[in-house]
Design a protein around this ligand. Structure first.
Ligand SMILES: *Cc1c(COP(=O)(O)O)cnc(C)c1O
Length: 398
């Protein structure tokens, strides 16, 4: 049997692993920050009609420039943006890949501040862009001075910022963005995948677009809109950036079905975004519930919560899975991430956390504590033990 190693793949891809949040069939899936609510029936019908209307014309290529969809997206964003400011693709991941293709590439570098979205370095690598792992301060904070110092050190062609940040959940201090925009020699990409969940008053980078032709804001319909399966992400920027992306985008990259479905979803955005407030309530319930149990929790402006489990998050991840709840091991030692969904899912998660305390094999009698004492307690030291039982394990990407 031929293995990957036998194939003449690029040297810089050798030994790498693909992005892989496990897609497991468990009752409570809270690991990829999807919207837990199914698409409401009126929207199902509208999308069905819109898609059906395209079917006879599938012999033809779709609108290569997706003009009608981009106009709808610009209308949704507001901030005085028009069709020429917006570009769309199959998920914001594809948008970011296109940005790296046109502004990055071999001999160029991109900088992000870890922990942040794990796809940013993967997309950089895939496009031959050297990735620079910048860092954050204690408690995952990022100050303007710290960010500027790292930009100055690396002189990156692209800087990736994420607000609210995945996996920590916190929104970016506007001073950081101002400072990075003033210092960065190249493009500044602000990934706002979770913008709709931010607390009232949280600024969006969209407001800074006028006068900043090197600023790009990426958004997605995968999270708040509950349209992850529809695959639609987009960017807002100076029209010159949209022109630049044309140099690398595949012709007809957005299918007629995707464009029609996304437009129908956008036309019903009030209904689709109607779940956002309910999800924010569950997010705040999870934060309060975990703090009540003595855990350290990062403040969240998103639809997920990063919480401390102790020394070995892989053991805790596995224990929660054994209780029917799939959360995310983002590769941060001692921490796990859980998505906020329905009230029933919050109940199941908080119950599983309680139950997992009893089942985790550990030398400590405190088990899943929220403090520094952690999982292993007086148990083994040295290399972290492997999670018990057979696969699946999480890949450690966000
Ligand atoms: C989920 C997520 C996305 C969404 O990617 P799509 O390709 O639009 O589904 C983008 N950025 C971050 C930080 C995310 O967490």
């Amino acid at each position: 049997m031929t293995s990957l190693d036998d194939l003449p793949i690029r040297d810089d891809l050798r030994g790498r692993r693909p992005y892989g949040a496990p897609q497991l069939d468990v009752p409570v899936r809270l690991n990829t920050n999807e919207n837990s609510y199914p698409v409401p029936e009126p929207v199902v019908e509208a999308i069905g009609k819109a898609v059906a209307a395209e079917l006879r014309d599938l012999n033809r290529y779709p609108d290569r420039d997706a003009v009608a969809l981009r106009a709808d997206l610009a209308d949704y964003l507001g901030h005085g943006l028009g069709t020429g400011n917006v570009w769309a693709a199959n998920g914001s991941n594809e948008v970011q890949q296109q940005l790296l293709q046109v502004f990055g590439g071999p001999g160029r570098t991109a900088l992000g501040f870890t922990p942040a979205y794990s796809m940013h370095p993967l997309l950089a690598t895939g496009t031959g862009t050297a990735w620079r792992d910048g860092n954050r301060g204690p408690d995952f904070g990022l100050t303007a001075a710290d960010a500027v110092a790292q930009v100055r050190e690396h002189r990156p062609d692209l800087v990736f910022l994420c607000s609210p940040n995945n996996p920590t959940g916190t929104a970016l201090d506007p001073e950081v963005l101002d400072a990075v925009l003033a210092e960065a020699p190249g493009m500044v990409v602000v990934d706002e995948a979770y913008a709709e969940f931010a607390r009232p008053g949280t600024p969006t980078a969209l407001a800074l677009l006028p006068g900043h032709p090197r600023l790009v804001v990426t958004r997605t319909m995968s999270k708040a809109f509950g349209f992850a399966g529809g695959r639609l992400g987009y960017l807002a920027a100076d029209p010159a950036v949209v022109d630049a992306v044309q140099l690398v985008r595949l012709p007809y990259h957005l299918s007629a079905l995707t464009q029609a479905a996304a437009r129908a979803a956008l036309a019903h955005r009030d209904l689709l975004l109607g779940t956002v407030e309910a999800i924010k309530e569950q997010r705040d319930r999870i934060v309060a519930g975990l703090r009540l149990r003595g855990r350290r929790v990062a403040d969240s402006d998103a639809n997920f919560v990063l919480f401390e489990v102790g020394d070995d998050e892989r053991v805790a991840w596995r224990a929660l899975l054994d209780h029917g709840v799939l959360v995310r091991d983002v590769g941060l030692p001692g921490w796990l991430r859980v998505t906020a969904g329905t009230p029933q899912e919050t109940d199941a998660f908080l119950t599983a956390i309680e139950a997992a305390i009893e089942s985790v094999p550990t030398g400590s009698d405190s088990g899943l504590t929220g403090s520094d004492s952690g999982l292993t307690g007086s148990g083994p030291t040295g290399p972290r033990p492997a999670a018990t039982g057979p696969a699946p394990t999480d890949s450690g990407t966000v």
